[in-house]
Design a protein around this ligand. Structure first.
Ligand SMILES: C[S@@+](CC[C@H](N)C(=O)[O-])C[C@H]1O[C@@H](n2cnc3c(N)ncnc32)[C@H](O)[C@@H]1O
Length: 262
């Protein structure tokens, strides 16, 4: 008999994609899920890669609204291991997401499967490494600055089993594509698949090398990001600034209405 949590997770995902919003139990506010959360197509790809890799232990940077976590957990449940666990990191879960990611995980009945840490990845990932933890699969969707995603990839490459899969979100961003370019040119990673064609949202499936890193100390291969992504950069940054401005205006309106006693 299929795990009852599978049905609960699928029903909830269907509802969230239909509504496009979630009501935060934290303060009763209605939150837009998109564009911050991953699209359904990417979620389905995550689920299928978790299944294809036969993963039991998975790791994700950036819980956000928890949409990607639900798809990854769906893959874990379908794999059917009693030891399955999905580890997620998010230092801004309360502050920026009003706990909606954890709320959604709870509503899907997945709280026992998900291990949450409110630490930034640059703190948690080296700690996991020191603790000897290992994972079968990882999804990177946390800090999108070059130094953030670069550090994440370096540590994820050590935490994920050899020849394991790391999926990176927002591959269209020069910061992300450049960090990936270092891994492919210098560390022997390969791009298994990249979803391209949408300048607003792309992602890539990376495979870490089978063999351990044996570079000597003078090894260095020049690497460059994607030229096309670099050209898009200024425009995307501008769009992001406008998105933030719209959000601030909405917040100011809400505060104003509350002060006026509405
Ligand atoms: C785009 S959202 C993730 C969306 C999520 N994948 C989903 O589908 O709902 C990016 C997340 O990364 C988190 N984040 C930012 N910096 C981080 C860091 N240093 N370590 C871990 N997570 C971080 C943010 O708080 C946010 O939750």
């Amino acid at each position: 008999m299929p795990d009852p949590r599978l049905l609960q997770t699928r029903d909830l995902l269907e509802q969230l994609f239909r509504d496009g919003t979630v009501v935060a139990r934290f303060d009763g506010s209605v939150r837009e899920l998109f564009p911050r959360s991953i699209p359904a197509e990417e979620g389905e790809a995550l689920r299928e890669w978790v299944k294809r890799e036969g993963a039991t232990l998975t790791l994700e940077t950036g819980l956000g609204h928890g949409i990607s976590a639900l798809f990854i957990c769906e893959g874990l449940l379908e794999n059917g291991s009693a030891d399955a666990r999905h580890v997620v990191l998010d230092p801004y879960q309360v502050e920026r997401f009003l706990n909606c990611g954890l709320q959604i995980v709870e509503d899907a009945g997945l709280s026992d499967l998900v291990e949450f840490h409110a630490d930034p990845s640059e703190i948690a990932l080296p700690r996991f490494l020191a603790e000897g933890r290992r994972f079968d699969f990882a999804f990177a969707d946390g800090n999108h600055l070059f130094d953030g995603i670069f550090m994440d990839l370096i540590f994820l490459g050590r935490l994920v089993r050899p020849s394991g899969v790391v999926v990176v979100d927002d591959f269209q961003m020069p910061s992300v594509s450049r960090a990936v370019a270092f891994c492919t040119t210098n560390l022997g990673w390969t791009v298994e698949k990249a979803w391209r064609g949408n300048p607003h949202h792309e992602w890539a499936v990376l495979r870490t090398p089978e063999v351990p890193d044996e570079r000597n100390q003078v090894h260095f291969v020049e690497f460059a990001g994607d030229e096309r992504a670099a050209l898009e950069y200024a425009r995307l940054e501008d769009e992001f600034a406008k998105y933030r401005a719209r959000k601030l205006i909405r917040m100011a309106d809400r505060i104003g209405a509350a002060l006026r006693g509405k």
